[in-house]
Design a protein around this ligand. Structure first.
Ligand code: TRP
Length: 371
């Protein structure tokens, strides 16, 4: 996408609570590419999010797939917003994709967006740092990133990233910024240009393709970084970064995105297990109104929020998931049974997370941060 594109119909506000009713529309308006079978079939051992099309779009991922297939250097990068003491279930999807790339040879970068958090959410640098070290970084390790193969940094401590941001700042006009983001608040402008610095920073040491896996609300940042890469070609000659976009984990009441503003419909990591299971019991179900109808007509698993959790988060084995799908869709299995399974899987996940978290916390003092 070029910066001077016309005003868009779906406004993506990466700092707002953004809902996408229609992922197809988003693809059309933002110039994302659908995650089609042709690409999927080239990806070695795709993870469950890719296989199940929870990953729904990409930008220029072919470049990264080529690097994987030809064993060339590439990188994967993500950022932590240290605003809360918990993470959102959706963050688990980002880490799962990061882990995929890490296991397929990516140089892996995880940054703490402490400057963004202070500019946009008034979290002090000290507070952001503490939260990142006490919770977010160990959580990312507990979710599967390899501490030996992951490079971490704080935005506030990375001089190269900040320098890049200043150089990039004259590559975009206010009108172009407004066309992409819909507003021109200075803290947001500073944060998105800094984020372009984050996204391109790994190439300042060595030019290589890179991928940033994100939820759709962050896609605008990738598009901006791509434009900046193109506009600084004569100076830096960076590859425009690739993007990989996954669907949101839906809210338990059936809205498109889980949000902490609706605690009854939101599961966090960690979460109180009894509480989480109670929420699942009340979640939007894909079953019929009466058991007789359910047995006769069967359920609509696609509309069932527990089933969505199983698909996106808790069941690795495709055959097992398919079996549950068929049983539920045919009406042989009830919504109560599906919810029980979801709850069991969730408990297993949360307990495993706690265990891994304890281990990960011990590693934190040994981590080295890029400065
Ligand atoms: N803006 C991101 C968020 O709100 C955090 C972030 C900063 C980030 N720099 C990044 C994410 C670079 C991906 C890549 O979560």
């Amino acid at each position: 996408m070029e910066l001077d594109s016309e005003w868009m119909k779906i406004k993506i506000d990466p700092w707002g609570s953004f809902l996408v009713k229609d992922y197809e529309k988003l693809i059309g308006q933002y110039g994302l590419e659908p995650f089609a079978d042709k690409l999927l079939n080239r990806i070695p051992d795709p993870n469950k999010l890719m296989r199940r099309k929870v990953v729904f779009a990409h930008t220029d991922l072919g470049r990264v797939v080529d690097a994987i297939l030809h064993k060339k250097e590439f990188y994967a990068l993500t950022g932590i917003m240290p605003t809360m003491d918990k993470i959102h279930l959706g963050t688990k999807l980002v880490i799962e994709n990061m882990k995929y790339f890490q296991e397929h040879g990516a140089k892996t970068f995880v940054l703490v967006a402490d400057l963004e958090a202070t500019a946009t959410r008034e979290v002090s640098l000290k507070e952001g740092r503490k939260r990142a070290l006490d919770f977010h970084i160990p959580a990312y390790l507990a979710l599967g990133l390899d501490p030996k193969k992951t490079m971490f940094y704080f935005q506030s401590e990375n001089e190269s990233v900040k320098n890049l941001a200043f150089i990039f700042s004259n590559k975009i006009t206010l009108n172009e910024y407004r066309a992409i983001y819909g507003n021109t608040d200075p803290p947001r402008i500073m944060s998105s240009i800094l984020q372009a610095g984050d996204i391109l920073f790994p190439q300042s040491e060595k030019k290589m393709p890179g991928v940033v896996p994100v939820g759709p609300d962050q896609s605008v940042h990738i598009l901006l970084a791509r434009d900046i890469a193109n506009r600084t070609k004569s100076k830096f000659d960076f590859f425009p970064p690739s993007g990989l976009y996954h669907k949101f984990t839906p809210s338990l009441d059936g809205d498109m995105k889980m949000s902490k503003s609706k605690p009854q419909s939101c599961i966090t990591i960690p979460d109180d297990i009894d509480d989480a299971c109670k929420k699942i019991k009340k979640a939007l179900s894909g079953a019929r109104k009466t058991l007789a109808d359910h047995r006769k007509y069967g359920a609509v698993p696609e509309r069932d929020m527990s089933f969505q959790l199983l698909t996106q988060h808790f069941i690795e084995d495709d055959k097992k998931l398919k079996r549950l799908y068929d049983e539920y869709k045919s009406g042989r299995m009830t919504t109560g049974e599906i919810k029980d399974i979801t709850c069991e899987e969730l408990i297993r996940f949360m307990e495993d997370f706690e265990r891994k978290m304890k281990k990960a916390k011990k590693i934190i003092p040994k981590l080295k941060f890029i400065r």
